[in-house]
Design a protein around this ligand. Sequence first.
Ligand code: NAD
Length: 426
Amino acid sequence: MTKSPSKHVEKLEIEFNNLFLSTQMIIKEALKKLGYGKEVFELLKEPIRMITVRIPIRMDSGGIRVFTGYRSQHNDAVGPTKGGVRFHPEVNEEEVKALSIWMSLKCGITDLPYGGGKGGIVCDPRNMSLAELERLSRGYVRAISQVVGPTKDIPAPDVYTNSQIMAWMMDEYSRLREFDSPGFITGKPIVLGGSQGRETATARGVTICIEQALKKKGMSLKGAKIIVQGFGNAGSFLSKFMHEAGAKVIGISDAYGALYDPEGLDINYLLDRRDSFGTVTNLFDNVITNQQLLEKECDILVPAAISNQITLENVHRIQASIIVEAANGPTTLEATKILDEKGVLLVPDILASAGGVTVSYFEWVQNNQGYYWSEEEVEEKLRKVMVNSFENIYQTAQTHKVDMRLSAYMIGIKKSAEASQFRGWI
Ligand code: NAD
């Protein structure tokens, strides 16, 4: 399971400076740098399809509640659209639209044969039973079934949805179509066609980005000092991989505070505490704040928690020479520019966290061919994709004299633009 839907629901992390408008702004700049005309931006600034559905569900109490759901498909010129479904009380149309554009960018960067999609249901999984969540998951699939499918639009887990929810959704779709359709959705349990390596894919992808960034800086991973903000799925696996590779993880944090030791933390012990108690920093006395941690001296800083962590307010005090964004939107656009001027190598979120969608693609390929790969094979294939994507973005940044974020947007949007032109849409 990726996450338990009944876990404490934290505030949605993506609220930074109006996500939709800032995404459109960088896409406009990226298309301009690539020499595309206005009509290409006109097509790509909004999803080609956005549906809103109303889902009536019988609650355990016997009454009916009607939920609102969304599915956004940004652009399907390259191939079917792909992206997660989130369950959260703050899900809204603008956010789902922006995140579907992000998925196009991620698929473009990693050269996957997809456009971007995203979905969500406005609900509070904290206050729902498993039976209600199952009925809601199945109801959502029935409501959007005309526009999704293995060759149309392929959902996946996202905030507060997990492999069990993917399993219910796949079963509902298969019943509707009257044949087994594992390729309809990714992030499934292994026994239903899930892929090896899916759970650790994001952290593996971040690890590969760190290795590549260190090479560019002429530094070695052995002994490198790393700070990781966030000790959830992405941050905790990453800390483990870094520790195993001989790096020194000197700081970690969660929602309750941060632990810091310049000599290196005992990551295996902290993982064990986290697994036993759910959180980790509140078990210790000598905690510092998340903000203090970000400003400590280190070689690599990995924000892997929430958005808006490196801003104009603290950017001048950041001491890392490499920042790898595992979280969505941890650095504001203004802070990105300052870091770039300071010579900090910043690996942007749409590249650094693309390991998840890449292994989702591998899951879909394995479902389509009916032949399954070992974890080693998956990881080797992921490494190739991440190394190529990193190199491509790094070289484009050098050639066009732009930061890695703009370069990533340029590469990410180019495939959708090119494919739309070849199809004669623009
Ligand atoms: P998670 O819910 O498993 O963990 C989040 C962690 O951040 C927890 O340790 C939590 O305590 C901590 N946190 C919450 N609020 C905080 C705060 N104010 N300050 C510091 N820490 C805080 O989430 P995750 O799956 O690890 O995702 C983390 C980030 O990475 C998110 O931005 C997510 O969108 C992004 N991401 C994750 C994946 C994935 O596959 N897990 C893929 C792409 C992007």
